[in-house]
Design a protein around this ligand. Sequence first.
Ligand SMILES: [Zn+2]
Length: 268
Amino acid sequence: MQKLACPKCHLPLQLDGKSLKCENKHTYDIAKQGYINLLLNQDKACNLPGDNKESLLCRKHHLNKGYYDLIAQSVIDTIKEYRDETPMHLLDLGSGEGYYTYKFKQAFPNDDLYGLDISKDGVAMSTKYTKDICWIVGNSKNIPIQDHSLDFITALFTVVNVDELKRCLKEGGYVVHITANNHHLIEFKEVIYEEVKIKSDEFIRLPFETIISKDIKQTIHLENREDTLNLLKMTPHFYHIKKERRYVLDELEDFDVTIDIKLTLYKV
Ligand SMILES: [Zn+2]
């Protein structure tokens, strides 16, 4: 937790018993589960921001079956290729229920890892994987990390704030960005919607130097109805299904679905 900063004044936070304090005496308690709540009231979008518990549980079950491990692995391989030998400080933005961050920690056990999400439920769930990651409840528009202190920021399927990435990363630091391509989970769209509109490339390029940009496409086989529903419930499509099409949910069984994502490595 050496790179944590106060979300109010951005001065470094120091451990003081069971809480963290900055020089201005702003104090934050460490929750008994082991995470730190650094989300200010003004940074909350609503009372319970972030993914709801059901969606987090679906995500946990899906990820723990390894269905998305190729995504985690592609990030790990990229970091291995570009990191240097000095101890690395890495922040996983939008860490959700913690699975990917945990995979990163397994790959880089001796490095300093942070997982940040706006969902307190998600961060509380994350602490069950390991206490060796600094788990933070916070807002990605006001990242409670000291200026220019990070080597890597990973952002998997999450919205990023360019100014905050720039502020938190060291000069020459990297962002590993995973975004969905047009055919990602296309089979779900075909089930849910009457008509599937394939949008033109909606990929948002960040204003940094692009080092790698590669597409990863693979079909995965969801083994049973439960697994199919878990992944579907992780997507917005599940919540867009029209009443008169709800019957399709009753018919879902095992399912082949396309993963179609882009990995982009940026140098800041
Ligand atoms: Zn402060």
